[in-house]
Design a protein. Structure first.
Length: 118
């Protein structure tokens, strides 16, 4: 049943720029996170050949192996979470959760103050 939605947790952003500030992460947080991942041997960093301000982050062999394990863990967790739901119930639940996520990630100025429907 969990195959009805794309897996957002295990995807990669290879070869795509990522603006971490849009995800609520400041530059110092991202730098520290990348330093730890690099020290652990999960990623390597190199200067961008196109933009002196940017850094290219690539997964190492160990990082790719870890990504596979994490992806499997998410799939296992989602299968456990979906147990007992019909396909229709599961899909409706995922739509509702997506709406809640959108509400929680929207800037405060975008909220209209409307209350839930009764």
């Amino acid at each position: 049943m969990p195959t009805s939605r794309p897996d957002r947790h295990a995807g990669t952003a290879a070869h795509r720029p990522c603006n971490f500030t849009q995800r609520g992460l400041g530059p110092s947080t991202v730098t520290k996170m990348l330093q730890r991942l690099e020290q652990a041997g999960f990623v390597s960093r190199s200067p961008s050949p196109h933009d002196r301000r940017a850094v290219v982050v690539s997964p190492t062999r160990a990082g790719r192996a870890l990504r596979d394990k994490v992806q499997q863990a998410w799939q296992d967790l989602e299968a456990i979470t979906a147990t007992g739901f019909t396909q229709e119930e599961y899909q409706q639940t995922m739509r509702n959760l997506a709406r809640i996520e959108a509400n929680l990630t929207r800037p405060p100025s975008a909220h209209t103050g409307a209350s839930p429907a009764e």
